[in-house]
Write a protein that binds this ligand. Structure first.
Ligand code: 9MR
Length: 464
């Protein structure tokens, strides 16, 4: 099908407008509307995911399938995070180890775990110069181009409906001052290989949000950042289906958090794409830098969330730098407290106040970011409390058809629900409630099982 540049992009956005599920919290919307003060500490969320959800965002982590059997690991994962990225399990060598033979076991395990917990999944990654299986490393030219496109199509089709965002192409630009594409067998198939990959992913899963993801693109003044910016600008102008840019943000191995990071986020956002912080880790996990990254994301309406690249320091690809939010024993580090506090005192989706571009001539004037389409919001009303249990009701607004995920703190368990189509997971601690036509308010009963202090937290509200 021939798509004009404007028509193609507009058509894609129109399709997404009706169907893309946006998670947004009650506090976020009310705060953005200026209708209420920020939450006080008494009601502040106590986990990263819950707090981010209140601000219309996610807080996620890279996950390794091999660790899902480690209960210390999954306890933190399930408690703190509402988004996951498979660390290696969706890469090309994992999903197509032999040409034409696809292998999804470990990736499916992560997706299934995420879905049982109401977490969103970022697919990583469909086309990349690295972690190619042997058969692909040895290919070139049109045979490689065809094999790459077939891979994108097959994998995006397999995960259709389960992956919210795809890193369609990863790390395609060179480091240093050239601003050039990275040399690779994929690049040598022709400069249009990136847009070809995006078009194939769009055809296979029109509802997924399609991202370009890279590292060393955090400092607005770097040639690599500018080169990626120009590519995204070009894609938007020509209607290549791109929805988002991922800044990996590995502030490890000698790369530091730059003071103009917020300018980078807002400049990409001003192109009309969402921005995601996709692989965050910071050498020695200084609380200040983690706080700054969090505040920068909260300040840019189109910054949709933060994913840290592992849970405990011992899970990190750079464990020697102790760059994560939990120590090897699973204890919360100072950086964790800083991030949670920043999230809790942050605002919802609001236009950035930082002028994008930092004076760079390639930067267009700031654009107004419309509120996300298809969003819904929630408000919790405490109900009757008995000695061993208590009731809660949740009212949804902004959508007539919705899915809300609520979590209680173990050993508490949700036992009874009403006015919705319920699905309970993780031994009664996670309730996924879908609208069933009985109105906008649903309810449930929670057994305290000895923990009478904790109260339910909304993980997400998804319209449609
Ligand atoms: O964390 C991943 C590590 O386990 C793998 O060995 C490595 C192989 O390339 O990839 C790591 O993840 C990378 C990610 O996929 C892309 N951005 C850089 C990440 C850290 O190297």
């Amino acid at each position: 099908m021939i798509r004009t540049s404007l028509g193609g992009d507009a058509g894609r956005r129109a399709r997404l407008r009706g169907r893309y599920a946006v998670v947004i919290g009650a506090v976020a919307v009310l705060a953005a509307a200026g209708a209420m003060a920020l939450p006080n500490t008494a009601s502040a969320a106590t986990t990263l995911g819950a707090s981010a959800a209140e601000r219309g965002r996610y807080f996620g982590t890279a996950v390794a399938a091999s660790k899902l059997s480690d209960s210390a690991y999954t306890t933190i994962l399930n408690r703190e995070f509402n988004q996951v990225t498979p660390e290696n399990e969706m890469k090309i060598d994992a999903t197509e180890p032999q040409q034409g033979q696809f292998s999804y076991g470990n990736a499916d395990r992560i997706v299934s775990h995420a879905r049982s917990q109401g977490m969103q999944v970022r697919g990583h990654t469909l086309a990349w110069h690295s972690q190619q299986p042997g058969w692909m490393q040895n290919m070139s030219g049109s045979a490689l181009r065809q094999a790459m496109l077939n891979h994108v199509t097959q994998v995006a089709t397999h995960f259709r409906g389960q992956v919210t965002w795809w890193d369609v192409v990863n790390e395609a630009f060179a480091d240093g001052s050239s601003g050039a594409r990275r040399d690779s067998n994929l690049q040598r198939t022709g400069n249009d290989w990136i847009e070809a990959a995006f078009r194939a992913a769009d055809a296979a899963d029109p509802n997924a949000q399609l991202c370009y993801n890279d590292y060393n693109t955090d400092n607005w003044n770097d040639a690599k950042t500018q080169a990626v910016y120009r590519m995204v600008q070009d894609f938007k102008q020509r209607g290549v289906p791109i929805d988002c840019v991922g800044l990996q943000s590995h502030f490890t191995g000698g790369s530091n958090y730059p003071s103009n990071y917020r300018t980078t986020l807002s400049s990409f956002a001003a192109l009309g794409v969402d921005v995601h912080i996709t692989e965050l880790d910071i050498r020695n996990a200084p609380a200040d830098a983690y706080r700054n990254v969090t505040n920068d994301c909260l300040a840019v309406a189109r910054c949709k969330g933060i994913t840290v690249w592992g849970i405990r320091d011992s899970d990190s690809w750079r464990s020697g730098e102790s760059p994560l939010l939990f120590n090897g024993s699973g204890g919360k580090k100072a950086a964790y407290d800083a991030v949670l506090a920043a999230l809790n005192s942050g605002t919802g989706p609001n236009p950035t106040t930082t002028p994008p571009g930092g004076g760079n001539p390639t930067t267009p004037p700031p654009t107004t970011t419309p509120p996300p389409a298809g969003s819904c919001t929630t408000s919790i009303t405490p109900g009757t409390v008995w000695g061993d249990r208590y009731n809660t009701s949740v009212t949804v607004s902004g959508a007539s058809s919705w899915t809300v995920v609520v979590a209680v703190t173990s050993p508490q368990q949700i036992t009874t629900t009403w006015s919705g189509s319920a699905s309970l997971a993780s031994n009664g601690t996670v309730l996924t409630m879908r609208s069933n036509g009985s109105g906008s308010t649903f309810g449930f009963t929670t057994m305290t099982n000895g923990n009478s202090g904790a109260r339910p937290q909304i993980r997400s509200c998804t319209a449609g």
